[in-house]
Design a protein around this ligand. Structure first.
Ligand code: SF4
Length: 122
């Protein structure tokens, strides 16, 4: 069964509304992209949407109770709940340095969770 969907391209600020036709694992761009980059974006977004996830992790003994974190790469949308569950369970000891790996291979995604802030020890 073929379905049609409109995807907003976020590759550049123009934000083209790209119309795609999806048939199982086949996807074609119908119209709306002003450049070729939009074709790859729309097809990936339609068939295998991914996101960079940002959140925070509890810090023990720090001058701040939380450290902000993000995934080092995009993770499949379907894995976001598992990633968030693992983040919620995690607690690190201060000090934490920005760029430090907080969870390696978070939720089996082959993507690391990294600190985006430095938290010093009390
Ligand atoms: S299709 Fe091209 S021009 Fe349009 S938003 Fe995407 S990158 Fe920008």
């Amino acid at each position: 069964m073929t379905t049609e969907k409109t995807i907003t391209c976020i590759v550049c600020p123009i934000g083209c509304k790209i119309q795609v036709k999806i048939d199982g694992q086949k996807c074609d761009v119908v119209k709306g992209n002003k450049c070729k980059q939009g074709i790859d974006y729309a097809i990936n977004e339609a068939l295998n949407p991914k996101r960079v996830l940002t959140s925070s992790v509890l810090v023990d003994g720090g001058n701040w109770p939380l450290v902000s974190v993000k995934t080092s790469k995009t993770v499949p949308k379907g894995k976001i709940f598992s990633v968030l569950k693992e983040i919620k369970r995690k607690k690190v000891k201060a000090p934490v340095t920005s760029g430090e790996i907080i969870i390696k291979n978070v939720a089996g995604t082959k993507v690391d969770l990294i600190a985006t802030k430095t938290v010093k020890a009390k």
